[in-house]
Design a binder for this molecule. Structure first.
Ligand code: 26Q
Length: 828
């Protein structure tokens, strides 16, 4: 079929998306692009060929979208993030393009098992956890909602490490995801920017010029993000570091090849590896270089794109919004200032006014140890001109404050970007607040705490600046791809017409509320859930050789391993249940399978110990015949987006048990509820809003509130007082601390429960947690009642679509409008 091009004079042939044309296209790619004889092709080569065939479809959408942005002078948002945890691209592209069934048929005709081919794809692990996955859900929603948008990130050569469990302990293996390079991303060799470090700042009268001592080249690769519905696709531009001018020709000509190459290697380290989210690693020079590398390349690109489209740099704030995903890319603020002042010749205040309109910032944590700061010395050495600019921003801000007259010196030093109390450090969060026009938290409770705690002083200065956008997740990946039986169930009961497709209008799930008491619908949903549990049970059997009963209650906690998330509290419940079953073996126990997954940062001692504890407890309990499968404990290694897609649909109960006030939002809570699991959670993060939507009968809430946690801390928290008055708790603490689960090394877990510190107040919440768990058991025994609760959860999750989050950002923060049908030329 000849396609009329949106660019006149450039008509072209695109494959019709029917199974036969697709089959031919795949074979064509195999022969002419990959140069492989289809008769000899491996599964992996079939995947590569199929991905190239799929890419033709999204590339076309992308070019049409881009042309529409240019022709209609659309205001654009650029989303800067150090992490994008995309998950597999292939099936996602097929579903969003609406060609999944055709590809499946094409593979049938080729005599290949389609599912096996799809399984060949590596997850690009370019993120740690929630923050990176949120960025990926947002890209999906931005394209689906036709928002003129582009993401910027780093194309790490090594993503998140692969986790193996050896003798119960985490072992990290490198993740060389690019070795599987499929050429799925478009290399853009014409998009290169030089990123400088070090060197000097020279004054020319009132003008300054930075001469970097070292330059690294940033090369662009575009990953195309297709929106659902196959109309719009936006780019995610990922930068890779290449040795710039530094390949030392002098060394080379002298015959000193290895010195020349060494310099090249050290520069290319910048995009070598993703840093784990680990406070002990903060302050690493290479991380600061990475942050500036992302920011400098991206801001240069944004400015170049703007000048190309509008010619006048002074209109930048009218046409462009730049969003900072946490403080990690906040150097974008001084970088844009530098470009506007030093390169474009704007006056300081003019440049500053542009910056404050362009930037907005999302905060993802309140925990003070996780707030980014950098030593002034290090910043001055790597980025001397930026440090100058930061000082100037600070002086400008503090002078304005002093001029108001109502702020004392103490207040002024608290809001200064430079922290003088810990050996002079740049507070990145402060810079983000001062340089942005909006600052948002990621769940209601988190946004409220943000203005009452870390940013309380700033909220007095800029009350209108702070706002909330509750996180969301994309139903395309988290239902349609992850849970085909639930997808069929929803299509059957809600319809699939364009107007009311729940994939695009997740609020339409509320219609399920009319069906939650219908016995036939409940039974049908029971089958949907069972199918997911059987699938997970098979995975566990094949991968770990552990057999679990799909009729047991599946109780799941999957997320990064961190003390504040309190996986250890979950373990304490398991041990307590174990004790009680042994004490009273003939009681009518509800069988449960406890499932964990998650990675610990490689240098995080306590988190790694918690993984080992889970595995030690699993070993003892799973092998204790007296337990008769009433408890099974499973730690599934190497948690990833793809694994989450298998695990989440199978949950009956999901554990969201962070100490109140510590989890900014959580997003797996939303994915679980959307897949019909019931929450066991504290009043923390988005749990609070989930409870609001589904009602207290369909959600198990326990533990102290933020106010109670605070009150306990103020009084002086005494974990021993809880241990003394609760014999169950005492027994559990003793067993874990004194070797019941590590007889070969009784002291192994002597430091895990910290009875004298217990910063995250496990002891204080233990009793309420245990009691609530038994309420959930009783509920689960009434299959109809439980299925109703699961359905109520699904029915009321519409709010937690990332489409709603993105609509909030567009309306309240970015002031961006979608492409209209008229502005977007259609593909047929
Ligand atoms: C910082 C400096 C040096 C090295 C690493 C880091 C770093 C990297 C990743 C710091 C933090 C992160 C990731 C944070 C994160 O994932 N936060 C989560 O964000 C989710 C999306 O908003 C929330 O739902 C979670 O509550 C929050 O923990």
């Amino acid at each position: 079929m000849t396609q009329k091009s949106p660019i006149s004079g450039f008509d072209y042939v695109i494959p019709k998306p029917d199974a036969e044309t697709i089959r031919k296209s795949i074979v064509y790619k195999m022969i002419f692009i990959l140069g492989v004889d289809p008769k000899d092709a491996t599964e992996h080569q079939w995947l590569n060929a199929a991905m190239l065939a799929a890419r033709d479809l999204i590339a076309e959408d992308f070019l049409r979208t881009r042309r529409a942005h240019i022709d209609n002078s659309k205001r654009m948002v650029y989303y800067l993030s150090m992490e994008f945890l995309l998950g597999r691209a292939f099936v996602n592209a097929l579903i969003n393009e609406g060609v999944y069934a055709e590809f499946e048929k094409a593979f049938k005709a080729l005599g290949k098992e389609f599912a096996d081919v799809c399984e060949q794809e590596e997850d690009p692990g370019l993120g740690n956890g929630g923050l990176g996955r949120l960025a990926a859900c947002f890209l999906d929603s931005l394209a689906t909602l036709r928002i003129p948008a582009m993401g910027y990130g780093i194309r790490y050569q090594y993503g998140m490490f692969k986790q193996e469990i050896v003798d119960g302990q985490q072992v990290e293996k490198p993740d060389l995801w690019l070795d599987q390079d499929l050429s799925w991303q478009f290399a853009r060799p014409n998009k290169q920017y030089s990123v400088g470090f070090g060197g000097q700042v020279i004054n020319f009268g009132d003008r300054k010029e930075w001469t970097p001592g070292e330059e690294v080249s940033a090369w662009a690769y575009d990953e195309i993000i297709p929106g659902y519905g196959g109309e719009v696709a936006n780019p995610l531009r990922l930068w890779t570091a290449h040795a710039g001018n530094l390949f030392d020709l002098a060394d080379f000509n002298r015959g000193d090849y290895s010195s020349a190459v060494r310099a090249q290697n050290s520069d290319e380290n910048i995009s070598r590896v993703l840093y784990p989210n680990d406070s002990t690693d903060s302050g690493k020079e290479l991380r600061l270089k990475q942050e500036y590398f992302l920011v400098s390349a991206s801001v240069q690109d944004i400015v170049a794109r703007h000048k190309c489209r509008f010619s006048d740099i002074r209109t930048l704030a009218d046409e462009v919004a730049i969003h900072l995903n946490d403080t990690h890319p906040v150097l974008a603020i001084p970088e844009l200032m530098r470009i506007l002042i030093d390169e474009e010749g704007l006056a300081w205040t003019e440049a500053w006014n542009i910056c404050c309109k362009v930037f907005s910032y999302t905060n993802h944590t309140l925990m003070s140890e996780a707030l980014e700061t950098w030593p002034v010395d290090l910043m001055g050495r790597l980025l001397p001109r930026h440090l100058d600019i930061i000082f100037e921003i600070n002086a400008y801000f503090l002078n304005a404050l002093r001029a108001i007259g109502s702020f004392d010196d103490d207040f002024v030093s608290r809001v200064s970007i430079i922290d003088e109390t810990h050996g002079r450090r740049v507070r990145m969060g402060w810079l983000a607040v001062i340089g942005s026009h909006k600052v948002n938290g990621v769940a209601k409770i988190h946004s409220d705490l943000m203005v009452n705690t870390i940013f309380a002083d700033f909220a007095k200065v800029f009350p209108e600046r702070f706002t909330n956008v509750t996180n969301g997740v994309t139903p395309r990946r988290w239902i349609n791809i992850a849970n085909p039986p639930l997808t069929a169930f929803l299509d059957k009961h809600l319809g699939k017409g364009k107007k009311n497709d729940w994939r695009m209008h997740l609020d339409n799930l509320t219609k399920l509320n009319e069906l939650v008491d219908d016995a036939a619908v409940q039974t049908e949903f029971g089958e949907v859930k069972k199918a997911a549990k059987v699938r997970l049970a098979k995975y566990i059997e094949t991968e770990l050789g552990i057999s679990v009963n799909p009729d047991a209650l599946f109780d799941i906690q999957i997320k990064r391993i961190h003390e504040y998330k309190r996986q250890a509290l979950n373990v304490m419940h398991i041990v307590d249940r174990y004790n009680k079953i042994l004490e009273n073996p003939d009681a009518d126990w509800q069988p449960r399978v406890f499932i964990f997954a998650g990675k610990a940062a490689s240098a995080y001692y306590m988190a790694k110990k918690i993984i080992r504890l889970i595995n030690d407890v699993a070993k003892v309990i799973n092998n204790d015949e007296r337990i008769r499968d009433l408890i099974k404990v499973v730690f599934i290694p190497n948690y990833s987006v793809s694994l989450a897609q298998i695990i989440i649909p199978a949950a009956d109960l999901h554990e969201q048990i962070s100490l109140a006030g510590t989890e900014a939002s959580g997003t797996s809570n939303m994915k679980f509820a959307l897949n019909g699991a019931v929450c066991m959670g504290t009043l923390d993060g988005a749990n609070v809003e989930i409870l609001e939507k589904v009602g207290a009968e369909h959600c198990y809430i326990f533990g102290n509130t933020v106010e109670q946690v605070e009150a306990i801390r103020r009084k002086g928290y005494d974990p021993m007082s809880y241990i003394e008055k609760d014999s169950d708790l005492r027994r559990v603490v003793n067993q874990i601390s004194h070797g019941t689960f590590s007889p070969e090394e009784p002291n192994r877990y002597g430091d895990v429960l910290q009875p004298y510190g217990d910063f995250y107040q496990l002891m204080a919440d233990f009793r309420s947690y245990i009691d609530t768990q038994y309420k959930a058991d009783a509920h689960y025994r009434d299959a109809a009642a439980w299925r109703k609760s699961a359905l109520v959860n699904i029915a009321n999750m519409g709010f937690f679509s990332s489409d709603r989050s993105i609509a909030d950002y567009c309306r309240d923060i970015w002031y961006i409008k979608p492409l209209t049908a008229k502005e977007l030329p259609s593909s047929n």
